[in-house]
Ligand binder design. Structure first.
Ligand code: ADP
Ligand code: MG
Length: 153
């Protein structure tokens, strides 16, 4: 499923629509080049999940935990490339919160199969394409709903 975003606000709308449909234990991965909008998307998602604290990139901490309506975990796997060690990811992935993983390909072997993969691609200064790959029936339903509900404004 692909959606076109024509502004940061439109990307935030998509993230907020998604946030409203998530449940405990849901895992999202987020791919995209630097400046694509991963942090923009994650901030809007967290806000819609009821996180009040400012969400920053967790590059130097690997994972940041936030309190929201559900616990919200923001992970950056960039520094885990080629890691051989299972760092206890399951506690997050199967836990009581929502997890967003950036650079998820670096920990591919540890990722549960049931997840929503999201890729943001740069199309122009304010234009992005968001590609959603649902890897479970739960996320397929969510993607269909978002597709119907997104205003694109
Ligand atoms: P990343 O985390 O992927 O490196 P950021 O979210 O930090 O990217 O930065 C994206 C930048 O692009 C922000 O300055 C944002 O305002 C800008 N931008 C412009 N148009 C869009 C859009 N449609 N969606 C998301 N971000 C956009
Ligand atoms: Mg970022």
């Amino acid at each position: 499923m692909q959606l076109r975003s024509k502004s940061p606000a439109a990307t935030a709308e998509i993230a907020a629509l998604l946030a409203g449909k998530l449940k405990a234990g849901d895992l999202l991965t987020l791919e995209g080049d630097l400046g694509a909008g991963k942090t923009t998307f994650t901030k809007a998602l967290g806000k819609a999940l009821g996180v009040r604290r400012t969400i920053n990139s967790p590059t130097f901490t690997i994972i940041k935990e936030y309190v929201g309506d559900l616990p919200f975990y923001h992970m950056d796997a960039y520094r885990l490339e080629d890691t051989e060690e299972d760092l206890g990811f399951d506690e997050y992935f199967h836990g009581s919160g929502v997890t967003v993983v950036e650079w998820a390909s670096y920990i591919e072997d540890y990722l549960p199969e049931k997840r929503l993969d999201i890729e943001i691609s740069y199309e122009g200064e304010e234009e992005r394409t968001l590609t959603f790959k649902a890897r479970s029936a739960h996320f397929e339903t969510i993607c269909e709903e978002i597709y119907d509900e997104y205003s694109g404004d």
